[in-house]
Design a protein around this ligand. Sequence first.
Ligand SMILES: [Zn+2]
Length: 239
Amino acid sequence: MKVKVLASAEDSMRLLLEEVEPAYANALRRVLVSDVPKMAIEDVEFHLGPIRADDGKEYESVGPLFDEMIAHRLGLVPIPTDLALYNHREDCPTCHGEGCPNCTIIYSVNKRGPGVVTSADLEPIGDAKLRPKDSKIPIVKLGDGQAMLIYATAVLGSGKDHAKWQSTHGVGYRYYPILKAGSKTLDALDPSVPFCESHMQSTSTEEEETLSAKAVLLASLDILAKRFSELATQATALA
Ligand SMILES: [Zn+2]
């Protein structure tokens, strides 16, 4: 399979796949959607009871949404992911699942109402670079006297377990067109030929602001190569 990058940006990519059956393009699409891991919030610990502010005012740890709904909304916030650094927590060689900076990010939220808690209120404990890049995602609106004090833990996961760990969206492929005008055949990639987006055999990917398009593509190719070599080993063992 030959892969040519037709267009590449930080959060999207368009590829031309040559000498390949649609099954391989689909295998790549499936790995991109469900197997490339990323970080997302998995556990949220809520403070219960009254919270006294520095000025003496007392707040109650309540809000208009159930804790489960708040935890779900926090789970969907895109968390910055460095695939070279993070391990799956259960196979982390440093901590063996206990939780450490190589497999876990802990955020705190300490907000008093009235006001809207947003993704900007997620304060990473440790490196400030781990702050969510999109700061405008609303989580919950607190009324006067209401407050939210939580600790949220993000871990690595993949899209096949939950959509919050999906590192790409809008991935698709199409056949490459044969363009004919009378007896003349035109090359679809010739810049002088008008471009028709709906007739390219290409895989286009769009990433959230947590991983670059290139990082996701490279990770997906690694996963595919590993799987094919495992399959080849198993097939050889059977022969
Ligand atoms: Zn660890």
